[in-house]
Design a protein around this ligand. Structure first.
Ligand code: IPM
Ligand code: MG
Length: 358
């Protein structure tokens, strides 16, 4: 029996509903693969602000650091949008990323044949799309110094700094090339090297690292062109390697290709042997919270990524992914992915169907 300590952060909005489903799925899968989970539920985001006055209590970060993996649902909501930056729910995410050293964010986007009609793009354009965005997550303009709003010469000036060291570029490049080896062997690095010095260094280092992966093909795109190619011809992409800000933007575009952001999991990982954080790409969807309308699939697939990339339990992860596919084949759909001829179900019913399919 292998035991793991799993930190659960349900967060805000639909978070608690979809987390309940994912936790049930983990409990159901455990005995079949000789696993045992000790769950600890932690506060972060708006829920933590209400309870403690801060978005990421020290106790939460410590418990996450001591866990074997963190499963997070979503944080945020309108009622906290007017708080100063340091107190906003989103700070919890940034604090967890920095505090756990989660420099690599993996965001897969695959168009499932069952859901192709849910995509806003033509079926011929998105059919067969299966890509992975590898986004640098603890550097770039999100964390660069100086940052702030400064007063001088009679007016205020907002400043952020996009900066990458060679070390930061090299380690995320390795993640992308290694991921490509497990896939179709192609990395497209996205930057703005025609304008930004930080991107010129990025391109130089990625090209140098590529020499260690002769079995992987490297190409480069400027970020504006990459955004266009993602909607024009997304089938060309296997692994997209990019920095923090460009990855934030491109991963949302990639997500919508698949029809619903409610389907997509993500993994954020750091150094080997340290806990990773696994969460849906979507947010807390406060407009549908508490109404049993949310799609729990991204959360369930995030639990699968936790098993696979966080705990090295690939077989258990595959079993969960297959259960999700089976439920979609049965024609069950939550509202966000519903189409004529399929059966609309709520969050709980979708969860029960996934459990039954396991
Ligand atoms: C994401 C989100 C976050 C980000 C926000 C909520 C801080 O958009 O995970 O993509 O910008 O990284
Ligand atoms: Mg984002």
């Amino acid at each position: 029996m292998t035991s793991y300590r799993i930190a659960l952060i349900p967060g805000d909005g639909i978070g608690p509903e979809i987390m309940a489903v994912a936790q049930q799925v983990l409990m159901a899968i455990a005995p079949r693969f000789g696993l045992q989970f000790a769950f600890e539920t932690l506060l972060a985001g708006g829920a933590a602000i209400e309870a403690t006055g801060e978005p990421l209590p020290a106790a939460t970060l410590t418990a996450c650091q001591q866990s074997d993996g963190v499963l997070l649902a979503a944080v945020g909501g309108e009622q906290w949008d007017t708080l100063p930056n340091a107190l906003r729910p989103e700070r919890a995410l940034l604090g967890l990323r920095a505090g756990l050293g989660l420099f690599a964010n993996l965001r897969p986007a695959a168009v499932l044949p069952q859901l192709i009609e849910a995509s806003p793009l033509k079926a011929a354009v998105v059919s067969g799309v299966d890509l992975l965005v590898v986004r640098e997550l603890t550097g770039g303009i999100y964390f660069g110094q100086p940052k702030g709003i400064f007063t001088g010469e009679g007016q205020r000036r907002g400043v952020n700094t996009m900066a990458y060291t060679e070390t930061e570029i090299d380690r995320i490049a390795h993640v992308a090339f290694q991921a490509a080896r497990q896939r179709r062997g192609q990395v497209c690095s996205v930057d703005k090297a025609n304008v930004l010095e930080v991107s010129q260094l990025w391109r130089e280092r990625v090209t140098a690292i590529a020499a260690e992966y002769s079995d992987v093909t490297l190409s480069h795109l400027y970020v504006d062109n990459a955004a266009m190619q993602l909607v024009r011809a997304p089938q060309q992409f296997d692994v997209i390697l990019t920095g923090n800000l460009f990855g934030d933007i491109l991963s949302d575009i990639a997500a919508v290709l698949t029809g619903s952001i409610g389907m997509l999991p993500s993994a954020s990982v750091g150094a080997p042997g340290t806990p990773g954080l696994f969460e849906p790409v979507h947010g807390s969807a406060p407009d549908i919270a508490g109404q049993d309308l949310a799609n729990p699939i991204a959360q369930v697939l995030s639990a699968a990524m936790l098993l696979h990339y966080g705990l090295g339990q690939a077989a258990a992860a595959t079993a969960i992914e297959q259960a999700v596919t089976k439920v979609l084949d049965q024609g069950l759909r939550t509202g966000d992915i519903w189409a004529e001829g399929t059966t609309k179900v709520g969050c709980r019913a979708m969860g029960e169907a996934i459990l039954a399919a396991l």
